[in-house]
Unconditional design. Structure first.
Length: 135
């Protein structure tokens, strides 16, 4: 019987490490970090913001609305007719009731267009409305 035990020990090759469980853990961690990361959403167009001497950073749920120099309104990456801005804001408020509206008006946009967005946000009963600027 002793010879059988000795033979088994001698037949085994050098110790090998199975990396499969470690790779599984690494992929699970990678997926976890991708899913839990916060993505910054943009309104849909590139605008040049006006300068401001005071700035107040916002950190809660945001509804970003961009106004182009031509007066076009963009929300969630798509152009929206000004008549439907209020209903789009109300839909977003249904998803996240404590959202703030941030209007990203281009410095070449007229005040009339920006004020129309502010009026629509007030009619949708948004509690916090801000205009995005560069400090």
């Amino acid at each position: 019987m002793k010879s059988g035990l000795m033979r088994r020990k001698n037949d085994e090759g050098p110790g090998e490490i199975d990396l499969t469980p470690m790779l599984d853990v690494v992929f699970i961690l990678l997926i976890f970090f991708i899913v839990t990361s916060v993505f910054v959403t943009e309104a849909g167009i590139e605008i040049s913001k006006p300068q401001a001497s005071t700035a107040d950073p916002k950190s809660k749920d945001l509804i970003l609305i961009a106004v182009s120099p031509d007066g076009d309104v963009w929300m969630d990456g798509e152009q929206v007719d000004q008549r439907f801005v209020r209903s789009r804001i109300e839909l977003r408020l249904a998803e996240a009731p404590n959202s703030s509206v941030i209007i990203q008006g281009d410095r070449a946009a007229t005040n009339e267009h920006v004020m129309a967005i502010m009026r629509a946000a007030r009619e949708a009963e948004v509690t916090s409305i801000s205009i995005s600027t560069e400090s």
